[in-house]
Design a binder for this molecule. Structure first.
Ligand SMILES: *Cc1c(COP(=O)(O)O)cnc(C)c1O
Length: 369
């Protein structure tokens, strides 16, 4: 599913342009200073002031009663599943959702739940598709307890659900007695792209989290929000899963810094993604999904080179991208400026031209494992 050349392979030139993921950012000097100065305490007993203020801040941002700090987005998803569902239950989610394909089957392994995979373009399913998948309670079948969406969709191409569709999906789920969960790893990208406040975007969703290590520039951290009762139950699972922390304010300070400095600038990442996509789509045989946010998915199969060989050749030229769900993925973020996007296009053009002129000669490019 995910293929990326080994980032620190000493036989390869250093990476100059890292488009592997928006997780690749390094904390800035300002962020590190904020971390060093953080007021801290024991998070596990609720005594870290910087974590507590971050949780209050994110709960307010998302219009929820309470929130809890987590080490990662993946633990937010599994803790939410464990709090919402019982073994034998069913979650309805898109077939390319992160919870389906990128979390090591955690929801079945730890939660004992099955996921009903829904279809639809761009990582999104329609209210009609959800309606058709909902069924009346039947003791022969799994109990449907949760509907989950991803905002933005990752493997769906970084696309943004519009708020009217989100509201319809949430209303259908509620009418059928199901809870609603939003994987908001890149919710702030969606909010900036659509010009809609996060609070408005997540109305109707019982639980939602945002990831500070995706595009916001923090080294780690995610915050999961919901009702007071839900967050109390999540805390029980956080403890059980080993996700309770100690002086986590060091990390929460980075998240505060990200909220202060790194939200509006996500628009720059989106502009860079469009620049990259527009440039790539000029090359013969390159098929690009038009980006809505910071993820650029493309295929080069018709350009006389495979996705794997282009990924390897880019790495040999200091550019790191990945293959996800079979397509190439380049992800823009705050450590890659417009000049580096232009350089990426120049390097890609050269590789494609070279490969076109060598098409009848023995292959020079090899896959790096
Ligand atoms: C990255 C990601 C996650 C998991 O977040 P981590 O912080 O890497 O654990 C979950 N969902 C989506 C959509 C993601 O992109």
């Amino acid at each position: 599913m995910v293929y990326a050349p080994v980032p620190d392979d000493p036989s390869l030139p250093p990476i100059r342009i890292n488009l592997l993921s928006d997780t690749q950012t390094r904390p800035s000097a300002g962020m590190r200073a904020a971390m060093a100065a953080a007021d801290v305490g024991d998070e596990q007993i609720g005594a870290d002031p910087t974590v507590n203020s971050l949780c209050e801040r994110v709960a307010a941002l998302l219009g929820k009663q309470a929130a809890v700090f987590m080490p990662s987005g993946t633990i937010c998803n599994i803790a939410a599943t464990l709090a919402h569902c019982r073994p034998g239950d069913e979650i309805l989610a898109h077939e390319v959702a992160h919870i389906v394909s990128l979390e090591g089957c955690t929801h079945a392994a730890l939660g004992g739940v099955q996921i009903k995979a829904l279809r639809g373009a761009n990582g999104q399913f329609s209210p009609d598709t959800l309606r058709a998948a909902l069924r009346p309670p039947d003791r022969h079948q799994a109990k449907q307890t949760l509907v989950s969406v991803e905002q933005t969709t990752n493997l769906g191409g970084g696309t943004v659900w519009d708020i009217s569709t989100l509201a319809s999906v949430a209303a259908l789920a509620k009418a059928a007695g199901l809870a609603t969960h939003m994987d908001g790893a890149r919710l702030l990208n969606a909010s900036v792209a659509a010009g809609v406040a996060p609070l408005e975007m997540v109305a109707g969703w019982d639980s939602v989290w945002i990831d500070f290590s995706k595009g916001l520039g923090a080294p780690l951290g995610a915050v999961l929000a919901g009702s007071r009762d839900f967050i109390d139950e999540v805390w029980r699972w956080k403890q059980r899963l080993g996700g309770s922390l100690r002086q986590a304010g060091i990390c929460a300070a980075a998240c505060h810094y990200a909220l202060d400095h790194n939200i509006d600038r996500l628009a720059d990442d989106h502009a860079n993604a469009r620049l990259l996509a527009d440039g790539l789509s000029q090359f013969d045989g390159v098929d690009v999904q038009s980006p809505e946010t910071n993820l650029v998915f493309f295929d080069v199969g018709n350009a006389g080179i495979s996705n794997e060989d282009l990924t390897a050749a880019l790495r040999q030229n200091g550019v790191l991208v990945s293959i996800m769900g079979g397509r190439m993925r380049a992800c823009t973020h705050l450590d890659v400026g417009t000049d580096l996007i232009e350089a990426t296009l120049d390097i890609t053009r050269d590789i494609l031209q070279r490969s076109a002129s060598e098409i009848n000669k023995p292959r020079q490019l090899s896959i790096v494992r």
